[in-house]
Design a protein around this ligand. Structure first.
Ligand code: PSU
Ligand code: MN
Length: 306
């Protein structure tokens, strides 16, 4: 590989030995949450992965280098600099690397970089998808097409409630992406456990997901897997409560002309303001839960691969 990928020694050792590693993204740190909650979230998520016997590998681009496994200070910098750090999806990678810039990686670019290093499990909060009104705006996250490309299982609390979940599921079907309900028949709606949309398949244990990963990639079916893991009941905001807030935020974004990569961070922060931080607490709880499940899957997958 000619690309300049810098792996933390601990992450490199784990990959070389076939031990479980969980990739983590950095856009959620720099753009998804305010400081200092983003910093405590990032550290707690790494601790959860370790408590579940896997090695965390937070991914970002620093000085044009793809970095897998950030140090304490590096995570601190990303969290403090927040939205002044460039949000880097796959289309941005060549620019940021060639210019020697810093960047926070989205689900799409984190999947790509994880796959380059052979990391097969990744925890996020909620993946990007098809935005509401996409028939006019054409706003479909590059996270969607990345699932057709990079062979990584992504644990996510469904897809962000700011999206059109029905169209997001249709798009994943078109792209040939398995969407697995983890202990559920329903595609979760990020802040809420239920969305009214069924998942096409269900697994009830990390071992079952690990076998599905193996089956897909052993068949030569390239691409990712969506592991849809509902937010814990104790942190849930029921759909009847959050839906009007989301709708109002989407309407404000539309009238303010906010679009492109600014839209998701705008909506998340609007919703956090209106709910007086309740959505932020929910977001943190669901990311930690996803990290625990991703680590269990990574452990099961490593065991099955020996
Ligand atoms: N999950 C969260 N918060 C976030 C994101 C995910 O709980 O901020 C980020 C991810 O990096 C995801 C991105 O890839 O939002 C989607 O952005 P867009 O809709 O512009 O593709
Ligand atoms: Mn978009």
């Amino acid at each position: 590989m000619k690309v300049d990928v810098s792996l933390a020694p601990e992450v490199r050792a784990a990959i070389d030995a076939g031990r479980p590693v969980v990739a983590l993204e950095s856009t959620i740190i720099a753009h998804g949450m305010p400081y200092p909650d983003n910093l405590s979230m990032a550290r707690e998520v790494e601790a959860v992965v370790r408590a579940h016997a896997a090695i965390p590998a937070t991914i970002a681009i620093l000085g044009g280098r793809l970095k897998i496994g950030l140090g304490y200070e590096e995570i601190d910098d990303l969290a403090r600099n927040g939205r002044s750090i460039r949000k880097v999806s796959v289309r941005d990678l060549p620019y940021v690397v060639s210019q020697g810039l810093d960047g926070a990686t989205t689900v799409a670019s984190t999947m790509r970089i994880a796959a380059m290093a052979g990391i097969r499990t990744f925890a996020t909060g909620g993946i990007g998808g098809v935005h509401r009104g996409a028939e006019r705006s054409f706003d479909i996250s590059a996270d969607m097409t990345e699932f057709a490309e990079s062979s990584v299982a992504v644990v996510t609390a469904g897809a962000k409630a700011i999206l059109d979940l029905g169209l997001t599921l249709e798009t994943l079907e078109t792209l040939g992406v398995p969407v697995v309900g983890f202990g559920t028949e329903e595609f979760p709606a990020f802040y809420s456990r239920s969305s009214g949309h069924a998942v096409p398949m269900r697994c009830d244990s990390a071992g079952e997901v690990a076998r599905l990963m193996r089956a897909k990639w052993d068949m030569g079916l390239r691409g990712g897997i969506v592991v849809a893991n509902p937010i814990p009941l104790s942190a849930e905001i029921p759909a009847v409560e959050i839906e009007p807030v989301v709708e109002a935020a989407v309407a404000r974004a539309y009238s303010a002309g906010i679009h492109g990569k600014e839209l998701t961070p705008f909506l998340l922060s609007e919703i956090a303001t209106v709910t007086a931080g309740r959505s932020l607490a929910a977001n943190i709880a669901l990311v930690k839960h996803n990290a625990a499940v991703a680590a269990d899957i990574a452990v099961a997958y490593a065991g099955a691969s020996r």
